[in-house]
Ligand binder design. Structure first.
Ligand code: NAD
Length: 499
C-alpha cells in the first residue's frame, strides 16, 4: 500500500478492503514538524471517495460476514487487532511522532494504551444485554435489545490521531457497526497504518474504511451521506458546529469532543511540590496541544508569588527540541498554521496587558529543527475576561489568574464557555469535594492532572461537546434500543382499543 524510500511514502485510501487511489488522482504533502521535510503523500479524497467508502461500509453492515458474526466472534477479531497494535507499537508510534511532532515517549505510551481500548471494548461486546420489563399488561412479554446503528463516521484531529480514533473505533465495532474514518489532513498516516493492521487481523472487508483529505472536501460529504447513521467527531468548535448542523438536517446521531479552557486551581493548602509539577504537566505536556490542557492556572493570592517563582524555575529546566529523542520534554508545534495562531495569541495577551514572566517568543536555531517551536510561556496578571483566558490557544501558553477564596475560585473556574476538564489541588477533603460538586466540567481531577482511562467516561459540559467516550456506557453511544412486545396467546376482543 505504501512505498518507502528516499522519496516520500505515498499512501492510498483503504475502502472495501482494498488499497485504492483517490478518484480525483490527487495527493497532498504531509510535513514532519521538526525537520520541515515532506515525508509522506496523502490521498486527497473527495465526495466520490466518501460515497464509495460509505456504500462499502453499508454493504458490510447489511450483508456478508460481519452481521452474521456473534458479538463474541467480533470480540475475538478486536482482540487480534489489539495484539497486532502491541506488536507494531514501535512502528505506529514512529509514524505518528513523525507526522504530528509529538514526543516519542508520549506517543509510545499512547499506542500501547489504544491496544487496551480494543481489549476493553472486546470484553464488553457480548455483555450489552437488554431488560425484561415488567409492563402492566397481562399475558404480554416486553423486553429490550440493543442493536448497532449502521455506518459510523469517525472524524479526528491531528493532536492524537491514533488515540482519538481508537476511542471511537473500538466501541463502534464492538457494538457491531461498520466505520469510515476521516483523519485530520495534518496527520493521517498513522490511521492508514492502523487500517493495515485491521486488515491483517481479518476484520472483514468494508467494516473499516479510511478516507483522507480535507474537512470541507471529504469530511462534509461523509457527514451528509444519506447512509451515514452516526458521526463521532473530535476537533475544534467551528468544525464541530458545522458537523452538528449538517447532521441535524438528517437527524443523525452525533457525539462531539471539542475544545477546552480548563482551570487548574491551586489552593494555599496544596502540596506545592506536586502542584507545580501538575501545573507543568497540565499545560506543557504535548506543548499544550491537547484539548484537556490546564491553560488557566487559578492561584490563591497568599501563595501566588512564591508559586509562580517555582513554576518558572522548573519550567526553565525543560529539555526542548527533537521530539524523537527520549530525553526531550517539549517538542514543536504540529503545523505552521497552529504555530501562527499560538504566536498571535501571545501577542494579543501582551497587548491586553498580561505580564509575560517566561517565554513569549518563538524558538529558532540549533536544536529547534526548522523552527516551529514556541518557548514555554507563562502570563501573570491575567484577568478572566482577556482573550488569553477565554479562547483556546492549543499551545504551551499558561495564563495565571489570582483568586481570594474558594467562592471566587469556583466562580472563575466556571466563567467559561467550555467545560471539558478541571483540577483542584488541596489537602482539605471537604474543599476538594465541594469543588468536585460545583465545577461544571466533564472531568475533575483532585491532586493530579491528565489522567484518563478506557474504563472511565471522557467528554465535555457546555460548549466542550456532547456524549462521552470511554467506559461501559460509551458502547451505547453506538447502539439503539428496540422494545419488543410478545403476546404468546393473543386474546383481543375489541380491535379499536389499544392493546
Ligand atoms: P478541526 O476542527 O480543524 O479538525 C478536526 C477534524 O474535522 C479534521 O479531520 C478536519 O478535516 C475535520 N473537519 C473540519 N471541518 C469539517 C467539516 N465541515 N465537515 C467534516 N469534517 C470537518 O480541529 P483540529 O485543528 O484538527 O484539532 C484541534 C481541536 O481539536 C482543538 O480545538 C481541540 O481542543 C480539539 N480536540 C478535542 C478533544 C476532545 O476530546 N475534546 C481532543 C483532541 C482535540
Amino acid at each position: 500500500m505504501s512505498s518507502a524510500g528516499t522519496t516520500p511514502t505515498q499512501y492510498q485510501l483503504f475502502i472495501d478492503g482494498a488499497w485504492t487511489d483517490p478518484a480525483g488522482g490527487e495527493w497532498f504533502d504531509t510535513v514532519e514538524p521538526y525537520s520541515g521535510e515532506i515525508w509522506a503523500r496523502i490521498p486527497r479524497g473527495k465526495a466520490a471517495d466518501a460515497d464509495r467508502a460509505i456504500r462499502a461500509a453499508h454493504a458490510a453492515f447489511t450483508a456478508g460476514p460481519w452481521p452474521a458474526l456473534t458479538a463474541t466472534q467480533r470480540a475475538t477479531l478486536l482482540r487480534k487487532l489489539a495484539g497486532l497494535i502491541e506488536d507494531n507499537a514501535d512502528h505506529l508510534g514512529r509514524v505518528e511522532q513523525r507526522d504530528n511532532g509529538k514526543l516519542i515517549t508520549e506517543v509510545r505510551g499512547q499506542v500501547l494504551n489504544i491496544a487496551q481500548w480494543f481489549y476493553y471494548y472486546a470484553g464488553l461486546a457480548d455483555k450489552v444485554g437488554g431488560d425484561v420489563i415488567p409492563v402492566n399488561k397481562p399475558g404480554v412479554i416486553n423486553y429490550t435489545r440493543f442493536e448497532p446503528l449502521g455506518v459510523v463516521v469517525a472524524i479526528t484531529p491531528w493532536n492524537s490521531p491514533l488515540s482519538l480514533t481508537a476511542w471511537k473505533m473500538a466501541p463502534a465495532l464492538a457494538a457491531g457497526n461498520t466505520i469510515v474514518i476521516k483523519p485530520s489532513e495534518h496527520a493521517s498516516a498513522s490511521i492508514l497504518e492502523l487500517a493495515r493492521l485491521a486488515e491483517q487481523a481479518g476484520i472483514p472487508k468494508g467494516v473499516v474504511n479510511v478516507v483522507t483529505g480535507f474537512g470541507a472536501e471529504v469530511g462534509d460529504p461523509l457527514v451528509r451521506h444519506p447512509l451515514t447513521r452516526k458521526i463521532a467527531f473530535t476537533g475544534g468548535n467551528a468544525g464541530g458546529q458545522k458537523v452538528s448542523e449538517a447532521a441535524a438536517s438528517d437527524f443523525k446521531r452525533v457525539t462531539l469532543e471539542l475544545g477546552g479552557k480548563s482551570p487548574n486551581i491551586v489552593f494555599d493548602d496544596a502540596d506545592q511540590d506536586q502542584a507545580v509539577k501538575g501545573v507543568i504537566a497540565g499545560i506543557f505536556a504535548a506543548a499544550g496541544q491537547t484539548c484537556m490542557a490546564g491553560s488557566r492556572l487559578l492561584l490563591q493570592d497568599s501563595i501566588h508569588d512564591a508559586f509562580v517563582e517555582r513554576l518558572v524555575a522548573l519550567t526553565r529546566e525543560a529539555h526542548i527540541g527533537d521530539p524523537s529523542l527520549p530525553e526531550t520534554q517539549l517538542g514543536p508545534i504540529a503545523t505552521r498554521q497552529q504555530w501562527d495562531h499560538v504566536m498571535r495569541m501571545i501577542n494579543v495577551a501582551k497587548d491586553e496587558g498580561a505580564r509575560c514572566v517566561l517565554g513569549g517568543h518563538a524558538l529558532q536555531g540549533e536544536g529547534y529543527g526548522q523552527g516551529q517551536f514556541v518557548a514555554p510561556t507563562i502570563f501573570t496578571d491575567v484577568n478572566n475576561q482577556m482573550a488569553i483566558a477565554r479562547q483556546e490557544v492549543f499551545g504551551p501558553v499558561l495564563s495565571v489568574i489570582r483568586f481570594k477564596d474558594e467562592d471566587e475560585a469556583l466562580q472563575l473556574a466556571n466563567d467559561t464557555e467550555f467545560g471539558l476538564a478541571a483540577a483542584v489541588w488541596t489537602q482539605d477533603l471537604r474543599r476538594a469535594m465541594h469543588c468536585v460538586e460545583k465545577i461544571q466540567a466533564g472531568t475533575v481531577w483532585v491532586n493530579n492532572y491528565r489522567s484518563t482511562s478506557f474504563a472511565s467516561p471522557f467528554g465535555g459540559y457546555k460548549r466542550s461537546g456532547t456524549g462521552r467516550e470511554g467506559g461501559v456506557d460509551a458502547i451505547k453511544e453506538y447502539m439503539q434500543v428496540k422494545s419488543v412486545w410478545i403476546t404468546p396467546s393473543p386474546r383481543r376482543d375489541n380491535p379499536f382499543v389499544l392493546g
